[in-house]
Design a protein around this ligand. Structure first.
Ligand SMILES: [Zn+2]
Length: 87
């Protein structure tokens, strides 16, 4: 038997908002995308202490993009409703 140690995020936040969980299931991680864009290393997990450059990216999210994330989710759920109706 090989014991597989899976990395568990220390944040204990529900799956959908946890960056580690989202990566695991191959879900879109907005923070990762912005880090890549800024050519900054990605955060290891939700509670990683960000470096100065990472913090700059995080500040950007708070300023502008945080709303757009939740907005995207709203659109997603609206689309699901439309799908239900068409059935
Ligand atoms: Zn997490």
């Amino acid at each position: 038997m090989v014991k597989r140690k899976e990395f568990v995020c220390p944040c204990k936040c529900p799956g959908q908002s946890c960056i580690v969980e989202r990566r695991k299931v191959g879900d879109f991680v907005h923070v990762d995308m912005l880090m890549t864009e800024a050519k900054v290393p990605k955060l290891k997990h939700c509670l990683s202490k960000p470096t100065k450059t990472q913090q700059k990216v995080l500040d950007k999210i708070k300023d502008k993009n945080f709303q757009s994330i939740t907005f995207r989710w709203t659109i997603d759920s609206e689309l699901e409703k439309v799908d239900d109706k068409s059935k």
